[in-house]
Write a protein that binds this ligand. Structure first.
Ligand SMILES: O=C1O[C@H]([C@@H](O)CO)C(O)=C1O
Length: 545
């Protein structure tokens, strides 16, 4: 079946947290409409770029784009940008059930509000390995009052101007900034604006809810909880999880989860839904929503104090939750026993000609002006560097706990070329950051594939000993995974999807500062590229209107 959507992308003044600023909307809203489909449906989205003076592109996050690598929506990798006034048609098959996302993949545009959810259900007659009465979803986000342009300019300036912490946290597009903050003009901030009344989710007592929780934060790692209710984790990034119970869910940008929540508490009141920043010292207030037990009034705030959530700087429970996520016992996809190759990726913050950058093995990434997919397929070898990027770092001499004397890195747009159908291990190795002397959490997202999460560890990954402890029995498959402070995360995937695929830190500013790589595999197997993805850089003239 075909699911047809029309998206009109525009700038509009919005006040999602009471503060009025420009936001990018889809059909007048942020978050945009939820795309609903069934497994194996074809989704068609006609995107009209109504931004007037700005390009765009939309990525379908978690959808592997098998056979349609040109519709991944990654500007610079799989397509040219959609010009103002133009309409671009995405068409792809959603081949697996689960919870996915869509969002802008052009500059730092995602954080202006261009995002939404994709929910793929099972074919009729099939059921999930868990039972529930109702299905609900929310997207968590952080929100800046400063425009993405201002932020990007600061990041790309000498001296460096960091974006800082977000102004508020949003639950399904709603948050609350304190309008009495000194220096905030009353004409810009109105605490009684109904746009920023708290998000509420109405529930019936005595039922089980499947709650799909996802995060598209620009920066923040979050914890999410519902006051007084446990949550049973059952799905992660479209894969069934061996159920486990949490009081709070840690969630990183680009991840999706389903949790089951029983409405088994005192039904005469409402409860808080809260989200708070972890892993960075929070300067952003709690994000609040109302878990509304019918028939209580949905706007009645609970009399209780909202639970503050876990302390931000305790890595241990986050690490433990990551390790606890295993494949459901009846839905195990066994990984290949051995990789054909292993790429170690040291994550560091560096200087390049005095600019602050992030890099992998001391190489910081820049997108070329001609999309890789087209350049590779048409063999335009002068478009990007043909030197292979480094597959590791100097293990014996590099100390991940100390800022090196020389923090200089280089810039490159080279790609990792993977042999088609081979098994590749990626070891993400975290380290201290250059400036603030801490090690940050980075959520890495892979386009075009799911990977097995084979293990997490603390300190430096030891190729000999740590490999022996990989979980090859029941590893979860995901498309986004965190590397914890001073830790490592080991992934395995099969390079079986012909195309060019981005792998990057999902923190908007970090990818902008070079924290990403591109994989190519099976380019000779890619079918005829649609001319709609062309028209920029070296592909001018390739575009047939
Ligand atoms: O990229 C970043 O820069 C700042 C800081 O390291 C320099 O001010 C920060 O917290 C980041 O995540």
């Amino acid at each position: 079946r075909i699911r047809y959507y029309k998206f009109e992308i525009k700038y509009e003044y919005k006040s999602p947290d009471c503060y009025k600023k420009l936001a990018i909307t889809i059909n007048g809203r942020t978050p945009g409409p939820t795309i609903l489909a069934q497994q194996n449906d074809t989704v068609i989205v006609e995107v009209k770029n109504g931004l007037l003076t700005e390009n765009t592109a939309i990525h379908w996050h978690g959808i592997r784009q098998i056979g349609t690598p040109w519709f991944d929506g990654t500007e610079g990798v799989t397509q040219c940008p959609i010009l103002p006034g133009d309409t671009f048609k995405y068409q792809f098959v959603v081949d697996r059930p689960g919870t996915y996302l869509y969002h802008a993949h052009y500059g730092m545009q995602r954080e202006e509000g261009l995002y939404g959810a994709i929910r793929v259900s099972l074919p009729d007659g099939q059921s999930e390995p868990f039972a529930y009465d109702y299905d609900r979803s929310i997207i968590l986000n952080d929100w800046y009052h400063k425009s993405a342009y201002e932020q990007a300019t600061g990041l790309a300036s000498v001296p460096f101007q960091w974006v800082g912490e977000p102004d508020s946290l949003l639950i399904q597009g709603k948050g609350r900034f304190n309008c009495s903050t000194p220096g905030i003009a009353s004409s810009l901030c109105n605490a009684t604006n109904p746009e920023c009344s708290p998000y509420f989710m109405t529930v019936v007592p005595g039922k089980t809810y499947r709650l799909r929780v996802s995060s598209l934060t620009a920066l923040s790692a979050l914890s999410f909880q519902i006051e007084g209710h446990n949550m049973t984790v059952v799905e992660a990034d479209g894969h069934y999880v061996e159920p486990f119970v949490v009081q709070n869910l840690f969630i990183y940008s680009g991840e999706t989860y389903s949790v089951l929540v029983k409405t088994d508490q005192n039904p005469s009141r409402n409860y808080w839904m809260t989200t708070n920043v972890v892993s960075r010292e929070p300067k952003t207030p709690l994000g609040l929503g109302i878990f509304n037990y019918y028939p209580n009034h949905p706007r009645r705030s609970p009399a209780t104090t909202p639970p503050p959530g876990p302390v931000w700087n305790d890595t241990e429970p986050r690490f433990e939750q990551s390790v606890a996520i295993k494949a459901h016992k009846d839905h195990i996809h066994t990984p290949p026993r051995m990789p054909h190759r292993t790429i170690v990726m040291l994550n560091t913050q560096n200087l390049v000609n005095e600019y602050y950058r992030w890099s992998v093995n001391n190489v910081s990434f820049n997108l070329p002006h001609t999309p890789y997919l087209i350049a590779l397929k048409k063999n335009l070898t002068h478009v990007f560097s043909q030197v292979s990027p480094p597959t590791g770092y100097n293990y014996s001499s590099y100390d991940i706990y100390t800022v090196p004397e020389n923090t200089n890195a280089t810039i490159s747009d080279a790609v990792y070329r993977l042999q088609f159908n081979t098994t590749v291990d990626i070891i993400l190795q975290n380290a201290i950051s250059m400036n603030n002397k801490t090690s940050e959490t980075h959520p890495w997202h892979l386009h075009g594939h799911d990977f097995w999460v084979l293990g997490y560890g603390k300190g430096k990954f030891d190729m000999y000993n740590d490999q022996k402890n990989f979980n090859l029995e029941n590893p979860i498959m995901k498309n986004t995974v965190a590397v914890h402070p001073y830790g490592w995360t080991a992934l395995r995937f099969v390079a079986d999807n012909p195309g060019a695929w981005l792998f990057h830190c999902h923190i908007e500013s970090h990818f902008f500062m070079g924290m990403g790589v591109v994989f190519e595999e099976g380019i000779e197997r890619v079918g005829k590229l649609p001319s709609s993805i062309m028209g920029c850089g070296e592909t001018k003239g390739f575009h047939k209107p």
